[in-house]
Design a protein around this ligand. Structure first.
Ligand code: ZN
Ligand code: ZN
Length: 317
């Protein structure tokens, strides 16, 4: 069973997918994503693999945005697994920059395919990394959730960006970027086309954002040179995280792009990292206050985390 149910108190849809409970516990000595498993080609560089236990699927009933108390609708969409590499043991941080560029290229081609699909409203590219965050499959991979609706946080962010453009005739993100560059204290790294920083308003300890210097709204709007350089920047950020305390940082990586339908000139593409480790030996839990009120408690200061990450190797891209 898979459907969306209306949450009348928050006025948002909740995805209910009991099918995900049936996900098998993988045997320790067998990986479906390794060549030779029979599930994937014998050789591949990067690979898109349909998620067998998807909350959103092309087979689901279409989504109809008709909110009602006890209202339900279908979750027609898609969930893909993005296999970064055929080598089971190659960590995302260890993948060469040129290979990361291939992953970015796969994100872009799949995004463009889904932007053309009338059932899809939003293409969310992300990765959950580390056992601490619940990853059961060690093979290096990320995911793409293609949703038939705009998720609530994105709607709120789009509204902030739209209001700022209306009021101040500028892109909110371009303004934030200019201010961050001017302050300098939260910058982690700069490349020719991208800026990496811990934002002033970070909710997570050591949260990192990668902004293109040029205003672009989606993977599809980035130039080939920007996409290639983005691969290298992502690799460098991953290495910095893993070198900070000498073990792979459990984190979420999220690619932020405009919705697939309509005009959103005020949205600025970026990649966001949320580590869930708040110190060498402590996990950051989303506990009572955060989950009950939406108010975030960050017990680290952006300027200090930026300095730590700046000095974690490597220092340049
Ligand atoms: Zn594997
Ligand atoms: Zn902008």
């Amino acid at each position: 069973m898979s459907e969306l149910r209306w949450h009348p108190l928050l006025r948002e849809w909740v995805s209910v997918a009991a099918v995900r409970q049936n996900r098998p516990q993988m045997p320790k000595d067998w990986c479906p994503f390794c060549p030779g498993s029979g599930k994937v080609p014998d050789q591949y560089e990067t690979l898109l693999y349909p998620n067998d236990f998807a909350a959103f699927s092309p087979e689901n009933a279409p989504f109809e945005d008709q909110p009602a108390i006890f209202g339900t609708t279908g979750g027609r969409g898609a969930c893909d697994v993005v296999l970064y590499h055929s080598d089971h043991k190659l960590s995302p941080a260890a993948m060469p920059a040129a290979h990361w560029a291939k992953v970015v290229e796969l994100w872009r081609t799949r995004t463009e395919e889904l932007f053309a699909n009338p059932d899809i409203a939003y293409v969310f590219v992300f990765e959950n990394a580390g056992e601490a965050i619940g990853v059961t499959m060690p093979h290096p991979h990320g995911q793409i959730y293609s949703l038939p609706l705009l998720p609530p946080l994105l709607e709120r962010e789009l509204e902030s960006a739209r209001l700022h453009l209306e009021r101040d005739s500028e892109c909110l993100y371009c303004r934030l970027l200019a201010e961050e560059l001017h302050a300098g204290t939260r910058i982690v790294l700069e490349s020719e086309l991208f800026v990496v920083f811990v934002p002033f308003h970070a909710k997570y300890p050591g949260e990192i954002h990668i902004y293109p210097r040029r205003h672009a709204s989606s993977l599809s709007d980035l130039t080939p040179t920007e996409r290639e350089e983005l691969g290298g920047v992502i690799k460098t950020v991953r290495m910095k995280y893993d070198n900070l305390w000498g073990f792979p940082m459990p984190l979420m990586m999220m690619v932020r792009q405009r919705p697939s339908r309509g005009q959103h000139p005020y949205f600025h593409f970026y990649v966001e990292f949320r580590p869930i480790q708040r110190s060498r030996d402590k996990i950051k839990y989303i506990a009572g206050v955060e989950s009950g009120t939406g108010l975030f408690l960050n017990d680290t200061v952006a300027e200090e985390k930026a300095a730590e990450l700046r000095s974690a190797p490597p220092h340049a891209i």
